[in-house]
Design a protein around this ligand. Structure first.
Ligand code: NAG
Ligand code: NAG
Ligand code: ZN
Length: 993
């Protein structure tokens, strides 16, 4: 039999309590839980220990929707039913206390848990308390790493981990992060996991060349130092590469979905195969041990949606363990055991070894020479923007829930909540969701936007803060000039809510039909405004959804974490109509910060100058497309698809060498409208008060009548001497250097000159030389590269005719009801030019303004004179280096607060300094009565946070600093010090003023 870790006494106790081999009899969870590292089975020091980890990989949406996956609906698309998996696994765990199972995706576990009886819940609690069922990772989903923004990742992890802590207490806290399927790995994810208290991290996918080298060098396990700013070991994370993706070794898959032979162990029967199974297994185990460092190896016994009939797996695993270990009496030195990732991690830790240090990231991911998973950085660009807007909206909703207090959830407009949108956003972070790699069918991710539950909440709070319960109108299509209220109303007001902790000024464009308006701000002062005709490009995108002839432009400002109200009145309906744009390019367009020139022949950009710093670079920009490979190619049959980018040639096709031009210049904005083809246009826009040049691109429907799949890019070509180097951010936070045809940790053999040089851009990318830095801030995640010196290209849209054979099973060819002939996508790139030493002073705040945009609501007619037109939720503006990352209601009297230093170390002379914020002087509507600090995911008190301590081969060894105990009303916590890139998480006990 298996050698159990239990002493006979404990074993009997377990038998009694959980009623093993029969119906569960226990009602109350065990008194002193033995979960976590204490519940691991013993190993044998002198032997090769093989840790079998039974697991299932349950995608939170991919080919089907989350709910279809949960219920096992639409099994014609993919056979998968998570409810049956959990039913079956629990049943099988009860049959043998040695068995182990890990569960990962809380979105599914939560659905299942709600449907269980009290008895079943108690049984499961006991399994968790005994470490027989263990949660790993534990976020709502297993997030994508290339296309997610850190704020949404932290939120989704917080939600999943909170459910686990609320339900299971400390035994529900996962020790290990587990990203077995994401297609490449971001350094910022590792940094976040370290700050969330994880002891280690395991994944399955990395570049095949990197993997081969690491196998030979036995460097598949390492210490990832995931931040250049945070003091080690704060962002150090032990990281392990799993041996076989996340699948079982070949020949050992005993799921109902597999065809491998079961263990046939009756010697009287003809098919007896125990000797064969044991021999094959020992062979695989010895082979695997050669490419790892210790006498412990891990095997992932499971895969996608497996264990629906868990008896098949466990019956055979029980036998495998028994028969392999029986060989020990014949001199075998292999010991097999049921285990979990944390038990395996504990054994690695016990070896006291030193581990190689990793400083860069795991992008891009290629699984073979022509198979670079760099297409999904851009796939489904409309979804990627929609996800980002929804995140912005959710953050404002959560803030207004705190600022409004109870009335936000039950007020004049009904019952509001932020939970619905929180859950939808959490699902959207899944590695087949925002990544754009789900089937069209599985794409029902988020609810309607704006989410009506948050809408009610926002209306309740704004009515309470302003004292006006006039109905509020939301217009979600302002970017294409649609808003029924502003199109028709003669008098309306605009409420601009600012989710940032500093005052911000934004340009507003409202669809209107009048020709002149008067606007006054919250203090009654007149605001400069202009009316301009709606462009043809905008009218073409909006189709039948609105009929505004004009746009009303003005600049708005709002105080930190607060709102400002603007009143708009129609002055004139009739002629003269607004001045039409002039049909030619200006020589130059400039405001007090920037100057751009255009080539009069082509209508393209020709230079960009920063007037404050007196610097100028040559700069042109145009649109191109790569012809997507159809697989009909001598080097490889790989096609471009939802995951993979594989152009047929390295030279992209130009769409047009020249652009037709219209120019519009007035006191608010200067616009040069460029028309390249029936499916590509752009507006080059400079607002009077802006330090950034806006390029608003509109792409689609991408034509496919020529049977060529197209991957459309915008390319900037400059005089900057970038020497083969460019920079991209990781999940919207720290920036990494990228070098053409180069990887920092191995000698790259480059086999795809374009796709192999693409990296994820979440919020910004830049090129620079000694003098000049050109930064592009994006409004969503996109892929991009720098193929020539001075050049930066960003992929905007993809329309493909073939599936790339990575499981999604359909070509990425998006259409919709409004765009049956192909999706049209519009977005913005914000360009700035600065000396490298001060560039962050512009791009950090700029990117934050794109991520957290103002929430604009309208009320029709005149406001009551007693209406409060301006409000700030803060007592004072926060220092420019500080970002208010989270303000969210936790329990009735508690608020979750995250403060972030948004600059990297040595990135800015002015801002890369420690700053202090006083929590008691933070909010204007709340008294802070007590403060407790938590880990980043808010599932552990900071003073209880101890992580395993790992030694790196190179670099210094840092012992974990023991944090000072700080709880409750400790006054030293009211003064919060933040160092560059630090995020600190607090639970505040508050009282509404
Ligand atoms: C690791 O170090 C600890 C403390 O120094 C020691 O007790 C233990 O025996 C060592 N383990 C191994 C496997 O060397
Ligand atoms: C976790 O849950 C336990 C029990 O429900 C609770 O006492 C504890 O405060 C929670 N921990 C955190 C960090 O929220
Ligand atoms: Zn997956």
């Amino acid at each position: 039999m298996v050698i159990p870790a239990y002493t006979p006494f404990v074993f009997l106790l377990l038998l009694f309590q959980s009623g093993v081999w029969g119906v569960p009899v226990c009602q109350t969870p065990q008194e002193s839980p033995t979960c976590g590292y204490k519940s691991c089975h013993a190993t044998k020091p002198g032997m090769l220990n093989v840790h079998l980890v039974p697991h299932t990989h349950d995608d939170v949406g991919w080919l089907k929707t989350v709910d279809q996956y949960f219920y096992g609906d639409r099994n014609d698309i993919q056979h998968a039913g998570v409810q049956y998996i959990l039913d079956s696994v629990v049943d099988q765990l009860l049959k043998n206390p040695d068995r182990r199972f890990i569960y990962v995706e809380t979105a599914f576990f939560y659905r299942w848990w709600k449907q269980q009886t009290d008895d079943m819940q108690n049984t499961v609690k006991q399994l968790v308390n005994e470490g027989r069922l263990e949660f790993v990772n534990g976020g709502w989903c297993m997030s994508d790493e290339a296309t997610t923004h850190y704020s949404a990742v932290i939120d989704q992890m917080t939600m999943g981990l909170r459910f686990l802590n609320d339900t299971f207490g400390h035994c529900g806290r996962p020790r290990v992060a587990w990203h077995i399927d994401p297609f490449g790995h971001a350094r910022e994810h590792a940094s976040m996991f370290a700050q969330m208290g994880y002891d280690g991290f395991f994944f399955g996918r990395l570049d095949y060349q990197d993997r081969n080298r690491r196998m030979v060098a036995r460097e598949q396990e390492m210490l990832w130092r995931a931040s250049e700013s945070l003091t080690p070991p704060m962002a150090d994370l032990f990281t392990g590469i799993l041996p076989n993706g996340y699948n079982p070794p070949e020949g050992f898959c005993w799921d109902q979905s597999c065809d491998d032979p079961p263990i046939r162990d009756d010697p009287d029967l003809e098919d007896y195969n125990v000797d064969d199974v044991v021999t094959r297994f020992l062979h695989i185990a010895h082979g695997q041990a050669l490419v790892y460092k210790t006498n412990h190896i891990i095997m992932t016994m499971g895969s996608d949606f497996q264990y629906e009939n868990a008896n098949l797996w466990y019956k055979n695993l029980d036998k495998l363990i028994r028969y392999v270990n029986q060989m020990q009496s014949n001199g075998s030195e292999v010991n097999v055991l049921y285990s979990t990732p944390s038990c395996y991690l504990q054994e690695l830790h016990r070896t006291n070894l030193t581990w190689p240090l990793k400083g860069d990231d795991f992008f891009p991911y290629a699984d073979s020479a022509h198979d670079f998973w760099t297409g999904y950085f851009t796939s489904r660009p409309a979804l990627k923007r929609y996800e980002r807007i929804s995140n912005s909206y959710l953050q404002a909703c959560k803030q207004l829930e705190v600022l409004g207090g109870p009335i936000s959830r039950k007020g004049p407009f009904g019952a509001g909540d932020s939970e619905t949108l929180k859950k939808a956003m959490a699902v959207a972070q899944h590695h087949d969701a925002v990544s754009g790699t789900e089937k069209q069918h599985g794409q029902r991710l988020l609810g309607n936007w704006p989410d009506t539950h948050c809408q009610v909440l926002v209306s309740n709070t704004l009515s309470s803060l302003s004292g006006s319960s006039a109905p509020r109108v939301y217009c979600e299509h302002l970017n294409i000039s649609v808003c029924p209220l502003t199109e028709t109303s003669k008098k309306f007001s605009v409420n601009v809510y600012n989710p940032l902790a500093r005052p911000v000024s934004w340009p507003v464009r409202l669809p209107v039909n009048g020709t002149a308006y008067s606007i006054s701000d919250a203090k009654g002062k007149a605001v400069d405004s202009q009316v301009v005709p709606v462009s043809q490009a905008t009218a073409a995108v909006r189709r039948g959804r609105g009929y505004a002839a004009n746009e009303l432009l003005f600049q708005v400002q709002a105080p930190p974490l607060g709102y400002s109200t603007y009143s708009v009145s129609l002055l004139q309906n009739g002629p003269p109509s607004p001045p039409s744009p002039l049909p030619r390019a200006p020589k130059a367009v400039q405001n007090k910060f920037l100057r751009v020139t255009f080539d009069p022949e082509t209508g393209l950009l020709s230079s960009l100058s920063n007037l404050e710093t007196q610097q100028t670079v040559k700069l042109s920009q145009n649109f191109y497309w790569y012809n997507a490979s159809d697989g009909n190619n001598s080097e490889s049959i790989q096609m471009s698809g939802a995951y993979i980018f594989r152009p047929n040639t390295s030279t992209p096709f130009i769409i047009s060498k020249t652009a037709k031009i219209e120019t519009l210049q007035n006191s608010v904005v200067q616009e040069v409208r460029q028309w390249f083809s029936p499916w590509i246009s752009q507006v080059v826009r400079l607002y009077t008060d802006s330090r950034a040049l806006e390029l608003e691109w509109t792409v689609g429907p991408v034509p496919i009548g020529d049977d060529l799949g197209k991957e459309v890019i915008s390319r900037l070509d400059s005089s900057i001497n970038s020497s083969g180097v460019f920079y991209t951010d990781s999940n919207g936070r720290e920036v990494l250097q990228r070098r053409k045809d180069y990887r920092p940790t191995w000698n790259l053999r480059q086999s795809e000159p374009i796709a192999g040089n693409y990296y994820p851009i979440n919020s910004r990318a830049y090129i620079k030389d000694d003098k000049d830095q050109l930064t592009v801030v994006t409004d969503r995640s996109q892929g991009g590269g720098s193929i020539q010196d001075g050049s930066l290209e960003i992929m905007l849209h993809r329309r493909l005719l073939y599936d790339d054979v990575r499981g999604v099973g359909e070509p990425l060819n998006e259409t919709s009801d409004i765009y049956p002939e192909g999706l049209v996508v519009r977005g913005r790139h914000l360009l700035s030019l600065s000396p490298p030493a001060t560039a962050a002073d512009t791009h950090r705040p700029l990117a934050q303004e794109v991520v957290l945009q103002p929430l604009i609501t309208f009320t029709d007619g005149e406001l009551h004179p007693s209406t409060r037109l301006e409000f700030s939720g803060l007592q004072a503006v926060l220092p420019p280096a500080v970002h208010l990352l989270t303000v969210s209601q936790w329990d009735q009297d508690t608020v979750l607060l995250r403060l972030e230093h948004q600059y990297q170390a040595s990135e800015s002379k002015e801002h890369s300094q420690p700053v202090t914020v006083n929590l008691q002087k933070l909010f204007s509507t709340l008294d802070v009565l007590g403060v407790s600090e938590m880990n980043l995911s808010a599932n552990q008190w900071k003073d209880e946070m101890t992580r395993l301590d790992w030694k790196a081969e190179s670099g210094t060894h840092h012992t974990g600093e023991k944090p000072l105990p700080k709880r409750g009303g400790d006054p030293s916590l009211w003064e919060v010090n933040l160092k560059p890139m630090e995020i600190r998480t607090f639970l505040l006990r508050v009282r509404q003023r």
